[in-house]
Design a protein around this ligand. Structure first.
Ligand SMILES: Nc1ncnc2c1ncn2[C@@H]1O[C@H](COP(=O)(O)OP(=O)(O)OP(=O)(O)O)[C@@H](O)[C@H]1O
Length: 322
């Protein structure tokens, strides 16, 4: 179990970047750090790994107090692995040498088997003799993942680990890597922009804003009760309605402000009149942008709506906002 207690950190004297950071992570669980760009996700990973020196606070792992940056001769906790955004591969060593860099040389057959197993896991077995310099960004990212998993770390700190992998194969890779981590009881902290990663795979989510944790909970709870617009906007398009602008909608609603996800509107014969601005084809459905009383409404539809088409929307679910 990892326990972070009241960490403070700044890069420069004039601005605190991380304030009063506290959280715990159970062994084998996955925690997703989600927040807008610059909110402090990478900094949190670097602090936990021991690449940056915290000003005050404490970190414990399995009951042992970690010394952080100043405690290790080579920066980084030995039981942890940190996969940084720029991969950290040796460009002129082969893919196989990169993955095997920290593996024991006592049994070379076992070492090669392990390298092959990991490269197969990330879909890169055919590239074992290639050099990273000749690989694409997504391929390098796969190799870096294999390298991070090579010694089966206890805690894996992943910074946008799938950002460069093409969408087509991304889900296969995510499942393979995250299943491997679960099977091997590896704890993961994943910093991500891709909210789907957090929703689909994380045991818990922490929402980071300006270096502070503003929400923590399971992804379903946070999605169904975002409480404020910063959190809600991380989940994509939505419509925020207030009693003042739409009193007729609020007749049976207790609160004064609500948030509606696109799938929570029904296209109807009566309701809120909207005019379509544009339909976006998303494969399985269309996301439709429309307007009513200068307010943008987002809803989903099986069919495309032409620009200027008028229709009515009814609300069948919503989230209360503060
Ligand atoms: N080496 C540095 N020196 C000074 N300020 C920095 C440094 N690295 C990051 N920062 C600042 O610290 C804040 C948090 O940055 P961080 O990289 O942790 O955010 P992030 O949430 O990971 O962003 P992104 O999602 O874009 O990777 C930002 O305001 C950033 O400008």
């Amino acid at each position: 179990m990892l326990e972070v207690k009241n960490l403070f950190f700044s890069y420069t004297t004039d601005k605190k970047i991380i304030e009063s950071l506290s959280f715990t992570l159970k062994q084998g669980n996955m925690l997703a750090l989600v927040g807008e760009s610059g909110s402090g996700k990478s900094t949190i990973l670097k602090l936990v790994y021991g690449l940056l020196e915290w000003e005050s606070g404490e970190v414990f792992y399995k009951g042992r107090k970690l010394e952080g940056f100043k405690g290790n001769l080579v920066p980084g906790e030995p039981e942890f692995k940190y996969l940084e955004q720029d991969f950290g591969l040796m460009p002129y060593a082969t893919v196989g040498e990169n993955v095997g860099k920290f593996l024991s040389n006592i049994d070379l057959t076992e070492k090669l088997n392990r390298i092959m197993f990991l490269l197969d896991l990330v879909g890169m077995a055919n590239y074992i003799d290639k050099k990273p310099i000749s690989l694409s960004g997504g391929q390098k990212q796969r190799v870096a993942l294999a390298k991070a998993l090579a010694q089966t770390p206890s805690v894996l700190l992943l910074d946008e680990p799938f950002s460069q992998v093409d969408t087509f194969k991304k889900n296969i890779l995510k499942r393979a890597v995250l299943d491997f981590a679960k099977e091997n009881n590896i704890s993961i902290i994943l910093a991500t922009h891709e909210i789907e990663d957090a929703l689909a795979y994380a045991d818990e989510m922490m929402i980071v804003k300006e270096g502070k944790i503003i929400r923590r909970g399971n992804p379903y709870q946070i999605y169904r009760d975002p409480q404020n617009t910063y959190v809600a906007n991380l989940f994509g398009e939505n419509t925020i309605l207030t009693r003042r602008d739409f009193p007729e909608i609020f007749e049976d609603i207790e609160t004064d402000k609500i948030l509606v996800y696109p799938h929570q509107f029904i296209i109807s014969q009566t309701g809120i009149p909207v005019k379509v601005i544009r339909s976006y084809f998303l494969g399985s459905h269309y996301l439709v942008e429309s307007i009513s009383q200068f307010k943008r409404f987002w809803f989903v539809s099986d069919e495309s709506f032409s620009i200027g088409k008028e229709c009515f929307l009814q609300l069948y679910e919503y989230q209360k906002l503060s």
